[in-house]
Design a binder for this molecule. Sequence first.
Ligand SMILES: [Fe+2]
Length: 200
Amino acid sequence: MDRRSPTTRMHALLESLLAEHQDLRRLVTLLDRQPSLHADAAAPDAGLLVDALFYLTRFPDVTHHALEDRIAERLLARHALDPDLCAEIEAQHARMARQGLDLMRDLEGAMRQESMSSELVTSNIRLYAERLRHNMAFEELALFPAAARSLDDDDWQAIGPRAQRDTPDPLFDSNVQQRFAQLHRAISAESGCGCDLPRT
Ligand SMILES: [Fe+2]
């Protein structure tokens, strides 16, 4: 029996966002710990770096962050979230979306040895990953507790239908896209889970 009060019971959407944070942290950890992941076409595992960035910049930006923005806006409308905190979360998402696209362009240039140095691009990618880690911690301290505390069923109904995803997570859901199969195996190996099973 769930002994928590209805006002603090975590909604399924919040639970799924937290599970996605755990997945994203595994990816960020891989970027931190893989010294061979340099933005250099000749470097071992260079393809993993491309896949990791492609995933980070395309999937979380269009699904995960968009849902969090809707939760923040709902909390703001209910006067349950400080406007400065709401603005900061949305600004973090907008900045990561913008910088992610820039990084993809810089990465492609560096791998063709046309523009920025591979060392600088690699450093910028890790900075981007660190910003993502900070964003998740920020949300878990400010956004998720406020949502668990303040949103009722009507709020989640208003948020939920638009939160339904047309496309599953291509890296962590049960059917890993072929493009991300190697990255998925690398994350599983790095996390030492002893398995190659996606999140269910
Ligand atoms: Fe998040």
